[in-house]
Design a binder for this molecule. Structure first.
Ligand SMILES: [Fe+2]
Ligand SMILES: [Fe+2]
Length: 297
């Protein structure tokens, strides 16, 4: 059966630069939002999930490369792979720092590793059409997750509450540099998915699996970090009410805004360019201390 012709892509061409940033974590306090361990650890879940998650993105997109027939999209996917590989390593360094502070993240990270490598990983026995299907299905999961990373990146770029709370400036730069690159490349995974399979059903399935999985992993991650924190020793039990209170103070993204954003992914006319601002992302990258230092090296 002939494959349907993919619809035209609706955004301008992207040239994605890999900024080889470095951060010095030696002075990072355990609670880098001062006196806010719940908000600190809710954001810290990103450091638990992203190293393995973004290495998985790189593997999925590397598997998809031979299936791409559009040269511009191929360049964008290569740029995406370069950016995500650096993101993974930047968050890995925070994990290593947490371990040095007496908070051992390894039991949780082992579960995340199992999920991305075994459950969502490459299935070596598959060939031909079944392999192609498997790769496209995983691209659909990445596209849905990238909707959330763009949402979170947009939040990080617009989070003056973190500055008011005197959050650690190096951590803020990590979150905003990463967030800006997420906003910058927010269309790539979706455009790749549409290129490989323009069907609505695949897109919806990607979100129906990825959305609840992400919420589950995040809640488990917050509980894990609060229990493993050597200063708290399990004294704080997280609740959704606390999350909403901290969101109102600007210390966390609003869970309800995130849920509304997920619903937008189901709209037939959805495209990631409608979420976040490329010009704001690029203007942060022009002033980010880590990105400027990388450019000067
Ligand atoms: Fe990333
Ligand atoms: Fe991304």
């Amino acid at each position: 059966m002939p494959r349907p012709t993919p619809p035209p892509r609706v955004h301008d061409s992207l040239v994605l630069e890999s900024r080889d940033v470095q951060f010095d974590w030696s002075g990072l306090p355990l609670h880098w939002i001062p006196d806010e361990p719940f908000a600190t650890h809710t954001v810290n879940v990103l450091h638990l999930l992203l190293p393995e998650g973004e290495r998985w993105f790189v593997r999925v997109f590397s598997d998809a490369l031979p299936m791409i027939t559009d040269e511009q999209l191929r360049e964008e996917v290569l740029g995406f792979i370069g950016q995500e590989a650096i993101h993974a390593e930047a968050h890995q360094e925070v994990l290593d720092h947490l371990l040095g502070q007496g908070l051992d993240p390894r039991p949780y990270v082992r579960q995340v590793d199992w999920l991305f490598r075994r459950v969502l990983g490459d299935k070596p026995g598959l060939t031909g059409r079944r392999r192609r299907e498997n790769v496209i299905e995983r691209v659909a999961f990445v596209a849905a997750i990238e909707h959330f990373t763009a949402f979170l990146g947009n939040w990080a770029l617009n989070s003056p509450g973190l500055d008011r709370a005197q959050a650690d400036p190096t951590m803020l730069d990590l979150l905003r540099w990463h967030g800006a690159e997420e906003v910058e490349h927010r269309s790539v995974a979706y455009d790749l998915l549409v290129h490989l399979d323009p069907g609505y059903l695949r897109r919806v399935r990607g979100m129906l699996v990825s959305g609840p999985l992400l919420v589950h992993l995040w809640v488990r991650g917050v509980r894990f970090l609060l229990a493993a924190d050597p200063e708290l020793q399990g004294r704080i039990r997280p609740t959704w009410r606390d999350a909403r209170i901290q969101a109102r103070r600007g210390l966390l993204p609003d869970p309800r805004a995130m849920a509304r954003s997920a619903v937008r992914y189901f709209k037939p006319g959805y495209h990631p360019t409608h979420e976040g601002s490329s010009s704001q992302a690029l203007s942060y990258l022009a002033t980010s201390p880590a990105a400027r230092a990388a450019a000067a090296r």
